[in-house]
Design a protein around this ligand. Structure first.
Ligand SMILES: [Zn+2]
Length: 314
C-alpha cells in the first residue's frame, strides 16, 4: 500500500491542490477559482470531488494508493480549531470550519494552518530545514508571512495565531497597514512595500511598476532601484535580528518572489542582520533562500502538515 497525502492551499484568488507522495513529489495537481462558488462549503465539496478524481486517475497506475489525510493552508487558518477565521483576503465572513468539512467529504484526518506555517513545515519535511529544530520561515509576497519553528514544532501560541512577524511595528508614524495600524514590517518588506519605497525615491516612476521591474532596474544599475533594495534589506535585517532574541534560531529562510532577487536583497539583509544582532547571536544564524520551489511550495507545505503528524505518531 502506498500512502499519499492531499495538499490544499486556499488563496484569495485561486485554490490549488495536489496529491503528494512521502518523498515530496506532487503526483497530480489542479487549480480552481476560490470565489466562483456559492460559498466556502461548495468550494470544499468541489475540491474534495476533484481530489477523488485525481486519486482515481493515479490508481490506474498505482492500484494500492491510499489517502492518509488532507493538509490545508489558508490565510487566518487556525490550527487548533481547523477553521479559517475572519480572513481579510477571502470573501467569506466569520469562522469557517474547513477541516471538519474536508474530513466529512473524504473520511480522512484533515489539518489546517495559515499558509506561512504550512510552508515552514514544508521546509522542515521536504526542504532546506530537514535537519533543523529551530528556524524562522519568512514569505515575502504581497505581504510578509512567517512561520516560527522551535524544538521541531511550529509555534501556534495559546490561540493558534502565533507568528505574525509581518505585523511587528517598525515605525509608529509609518505607512498605513491593511491591519489598521501604522508602520508594520510588511508595509516595507514585501513586494508591495518595495514598490512604495521605490516610488518615494523616484516620484516620476510609472504607477504600474512592480517588484520585478524594480529588480531588473537594479540589475541594470539604476541608483534608485538599488537603493530601494538596500532600504528593504536594511529594515528586514533589523526585524529579523530582533526576532532572533525570542527563539534563537539556527537559520532564517526567505521565500517568495522578492527572495528570488538573490544577492541584491540578501546582501543588505545579512549586513543589517549581523550589525543589529545581540553579541551572543553574532555569526551563528544563517540567512538562507528557501529550498522549496515557488510553484510547489503551497501544495507541499499543506501536505506536510499530515506528514508531520504521521512522523510524530510512528
Ligand atoms: Zn499590520
Amino acid at each position: 500500500m502506498e500512502s499519499v497525502v492531499a495538499g490544499v492551499d486556499i488563496g484569495g484568488t485561486n485554490t490549488v491542490f495536489g496529491i503528494v507522495s512521502s518523498e515530496g513529489n506532487i503526483l497530480a495537481r489542479d487549480t480552481i477559482s476560490t470565489n466562483d462558488h456559492k460559498g466556502p462549503e461548495e468550494l470544499i465539496h468541489i475540491v474534495s470531488n476533484k481530489i477523488k478524481e485525481l486519486l482515481n486517475n493515479l490508481r490506474t497506475q498505482i492500484p494500492s494508493l491510499h489517502l492518509a489525510g488532507v493538509g490545508i493552508g489558508a490565510p487566518n487558518g487556525n490550527f487548533f480549531r481547523g477553521t479559517i477565521e475572519f480572513a481579510p483576503n477571502l470573501k467569506w465572513k466569520g469562522v469557517v470550519p474547513v477541516a471538519e468539512w474536508f474530513e466529512k467529504e473524504l473520511s480522512v484526518p484533515a489539518l489546517l494552518t495559515n499558509d506561512a506555517n504550512a510552508a515552514a513545515i514544508g521546509e522542515m519535511i521536504f526542504g532546506g530545514a530537514r535537519n533543523m529544530q529551530d528556524f524562522l520561515f519568512i514569505t515575502l509576497g504581497t505581504g510578509l508571512g512567517s512561520g516560527i519553528v522551535v524544538n521541531g514544532e511550529v509555534v501556534y501560541g495559546h490561540d493558534g495565531f502565533a507568528g505574525e512577524i509581518g505585523h511587528v511595528v517598525m515605525d509608529l508614524k509609518g505607512r498605513i497597514c491593511g491591519c489598521g495600524r501604522k508602520g508594520c514590517l510588511e508595509t516595507y518588506c514585501s513586494a508591495t512595500g518595495i514598490v512604495k519605497t521605490y516610488q518615494e525615491l523616484n516620484p516620476s516612476a510609472s504607477k504600474e511598476t512592480d517588484a520585478r521591474i524594480i529588480f531588473e532596474k537594479a540589475l541594470a544599475g539604476e541608483k534608485e532601484a538599488n537603493e530601494a533594495f538596500r532600504l528593504t534589506g536594511e529594515m528586514l535585517g533589523l526585524a529579523l535580528a530582533n526576532s532572533v532574541a525570542y527563539t534563537s534560531p539556527q537559520a532564517i529562510f526567505l521565500f517568495g518572489g522578492l527572495a528570488q532577487a538573490g544577492e541584491i536583497l540578501f546582501k543588505p539583509v545579512r549586513e543589517s542582520f549581523e550589525r543589529n544582532l545581540l553579541m551572543i547571536y553574532k555569526q551563528k544564524v544563517q540567512i538562507l533562500p528557501s529550498r522549496l520551489r515557488e510553484s510547489d511550495a503551497a501544495i507541499l507545505g499543506s501536505a506536510s502538515l499530515i506528514y508531520k503528524m504521521l512522523e510524530k505518531s510512528s
